[in-house]
Structures are given as structure tokens and as C-alpha cells.
Write a protein that binds this ligand. Structure first.
Ligand SMILES: CC(C)(COP(=O)(O)OP(=O)(O)OC[C@H]1O[C@@H](n2cnc3c(N)ncnc32)[C@H](O)[C@@H]1OP(=O)(O)O)[C@@H](O)C(=O)NCCC(=O)NCCS
Length: 175
């Protein structure tokens, strides 16, 4: 499945994307903000493409003007509820603040509600991630609840997570 927006192609990750993935996912401001570890080598990125990013509905975000992946966006199963999914996304630091993830997220919401017939899409955000709150706001998500003291996967600390949600009705009303 390939999706397209004005500036992006969203398509499954390929082995040959490993170098581009490493370039952006090796920056310490990217993965940890979303709870995953900084990539350590091109080979590590290739393994992650094979083992993690190969999941259904996980897309490499190819910026048309550069011709290679600069980020990732996708829908993951949510608590085994067939009609609900969790949105996840990131983009390489050089491309922050250009509205690219908002553009990609709008297309993934369309994919989720229109093609996959989802009823709700959720997003979990570490409390301090103000950029991601703004993406949520622009896409029409609403704050749902806060969970305190969530174990952080990369060390033995705990974080506060804010959970946002958009329903099919909210999405239809915002179109
Ligand atoms: C969060 C992230 C995906 C946003 O991607 P992006 O393409 O830069 O997002 P957008 O440009 O669509 O929107 C970012 C918004 O944050 C705003 N922003 C940037 N820095 C900010 C700051 N310090 N405080 C508040 N808002 C800020 C931008 O102004 C923009 O809002 P605007 O359109 O109203 O100007 C990107 O920063 C990222 O990959 N971060 C690391 C990984 C991550 O956090 N993933 C999400 C996990 S939930």
C-alpha cells in the first residue's frame, strides 16, 4: 500500500532504506522522545526495518524533494480492540516544524477511518513533548487521560503519559 500527500509518499519500509533511517534515527532528539532507543549503526537500522518497521500499516515517509525516507508514521493495534488503533510518528530533526508530520498524520487518519473502518485512533505522548501535542491539536485529537509513573523503556525512570483520541465522528466533523 502506497499513500501520497502533497509533499510525501508513504510506503512500506525497504531494506535499502537502512542508510537513510540510520541518518535520522541516530539523533538523540528523535527516538527517546517516542520511547525507543537511538539507532547505533546502519546494520541496526536494517534489523529494525526487518523486525519492527515491517509491521502492517507502518510507513516510511519519503519527502518528494529529497527522494528518501525522512520519517516514519503508522497505526498499531490498540489493546486488541479490532476497531481501534494507536498512531505513532517521528521525523528527522532537519525537517521539524514544516508541518510534514501533520500532513502525513492527516492522510493516516483518512486511511484508518475510511479504508480500515476504524472507530477510534489513540496517541500516547510523554508529558514534555510539546511538539507532538501541537500535531495532535492540528489533526483534531482531543485529550483523553493522563497516566502517571509509566516505566520508561530506555532506563529505570518513570514518566507521565498523556493520551489523546480522535473518534470517527470527530474526524468526519473536522473534514
Ligand atoms: C513531534 C514531531 C513528530 C513533530 O513533527 P513536525 O513535522 O515537526 O510537526 P509539525 O511541523 O506538523 O508541527 C510541529 C508544531 O510544534 C510547534 N513547536 C515546535 N517547537 C515547539 C516548542 N518548543 N514549543 C511548542 N511548540 C513547538 C511548531 O511550531 C508546530 O506547530 P505550528 O504548525 O502551529 O507552528 C517531531 O518533532 C519529532 O519527530 N519528534 C521526535 C519524535 C517524537 O516526539 N515523536 C512523537 C511521539 S508521541
Amino acid at each position: 500500500m502506497t499513500l501520497e500527500t502533497t509533499r510525501l509518499i508513504l510506503r512500506p519500509w525497504e531494506d535499502s532504506d537502512a542508510e537513510a533511517l540510520y541518518k535520522y534515527a541516530s539523533h538523540s532528539d528523535v527516538g527517546p522522545a517516542a520511547g525507543w532507543a537511538v539507532h547505533t549503526s546502519v546494520e541496526n537500522s536494517r534489523e529494525i526495518i526487518r523486525n519492527i518497521l515491517s509491521a502492517p500499516e507502518t510507513y516510511a515517509a519519503i519527502l518528494k524533494e529529497v527522494g528518501h525516507p525522512v520519517g516514519c508514521i503508522g497505526l498499531m493495534p490498540w489493546k486488541a480492540v479490532q476497531t481501534e488503533a494507536e498512531l505513532g510518528y517521528w521525523i528527522g530533526v532537519p525537517y521539524w516544524g514544516r508541518g510534514l508530520i501533520t500532513e502525513a498524520a492527516r492522510e493516516i487518519l483518512r486511511r484508518g477511518f475510511e479504508d480500515l473502518h476504524l472507530e477510534k485512533i489513540w496517541c500516547n505522548i510523554y508529558e514534555e513533548n510539546v511538539r507532538s501535542y501541537r500535531v495532535q491539536e492540528k489533526c483534531g485529537f482531543k485529550f483523553h487521560h493522563t497516566t502517571e509513573k509509566v516505566p520508561f523503556p530506555l532506563d529505570d525512570t518513570f514518566r507521565t503519559v498523556n493520551t489523546f483520541c480522535i473518534s470517527r465522528e470527530d474526524w468526519l466533523a473536522k473534514r
